[in-house]
Design a protein around this ligand. Structure first.
Ligand SMILES: [Zn+2]
Length: 296
């Protein structure tokens, strides 16, 4: 899915292109992706409205409209945004029949004086919600998002409180959107690599120094990725991932130590990690020995 650093770039691109613009038409290639939480039907509910803001919240994109409505998009797995610049007017002689939208086109917004905005989802697992702003808290997951990992309030202390209650594997915790908003598969791997933690480590086995490292890694990995994606400045539908150190690099040498990066099943996903830089039980054995012989 587009992950947080991708979406920071998308957010900036969308703001520059379509905020303040009036919607003249809206279409979908697959109405089952839409969740219209208001009485007025799609597309009439959107036509004639002005887009007043675009804001990323966790892994969701929130579009505010001038009539106190919001469009909230949860882009799952393969969802992507695209801006389509208006082309030259079609030659009047060749009147081709209007093309049918592909089912992957979950939402198209047509603006006056602005590129057309498409949200595409080949797997059609994402959702597009249209709701009154007053009701947006009832949107699933979105209404229960955890700590914003880019916010100043996401301190070491705040992170420590969140992780202290957890009994699950650290990778599952990182990806729990109700705890942290929001980390996906790719950046969970990158963060664990930066922190030197094996993806199967359990949260309650982490030493305070590990929690320090993990918290620092979240901030650093995401900030570096945001800066790199901004520097590359690709069109918003392009996912820039070639700078990642472990994700998608299984079978290749670790950039730090040269050990072959491996993929391992963790929970319901695959994690990529370096078996040398991210040892599975590097401290546990030592700690137990100390406890058992009473010297610790
Ligand atoms: Zn390594």
């Amino acid at each position: 899915m587009p992950e947080l650093p991708d979406l920071v770039h998308v957010e900036a691109g969308l703001r520059a292109a379509v905020v303040g613009k009036r919607i003249t038409a809206a279409r979908t290639g697959d109405p089952t992706v839409l969740r219209i939480m208001v009485a007025e039907p799609f597309p009439a509910v959107l036509v004639g409205r002005t887009l007043t803001g675009v804001e990323r919240r966790g892994h969701f994109m929130r579009f505010a409209l001038d009539n106190a409505l919001v469009i909230v998009v949860n882009a799952m797995l393969v969802g992507r945004y695209r801006l389509i610049a208006p082309g030259p007017p079609a030659a009047p002689a060749k009147k081709a029949p209007p093309k049918k939208d592909p089912r992957a086109l979950a939402l198209a917004l047509v603006f006056e004086d602005a590129p057309e905005l498409h949200y595409l989802d080949d797997k059609r697992m994402g959702k597009v919600y249209v709701a009154r702003a007053a009701d947006e808290g009832t949107i699933p997951i979105y209404g229960q998002l955890g700590a914003d990992v880019l916010a100043p309030a996401f301190t070491r202390e705040a992170f420590g409180k969140l992780i202290a209650r957890r009994r699950d594997q650290v990778r599952a915790f990182l990806m729990d959107k109700k705890a942290l908003a929001s980390i996906g598969n790719a950046y969970a791997d990158e963060i664990l690599f930066a922190a030197g933690l094996h993806p199967k480590t359990f949260c309650n086995k982490l030493a305070p120094a590990d929690v320090d490292a993990l918290h620092a890694a979240i901030g650093r990995v995401l900030a570096d990725a945001i800066a790199e994606i901004r520097r590359r400045d690709e069109p918003i539908e392009v996912k820039v991932r070639d700078f990642l150190k472990v994700r998608g690099r299984d079978g290749k040498p670790c950039v730090v130590c040269g050990t072959t990066i491996r993929a391992v099943r963790v929970g319901d996903g695959d994690a990529c990690f370096c078996p040398h830089c991210q040892r599975e039980t590097r401290k546990l054995f030592v700690n137990w020995t100390r406890l058992n012989d009473g010297s610790g």
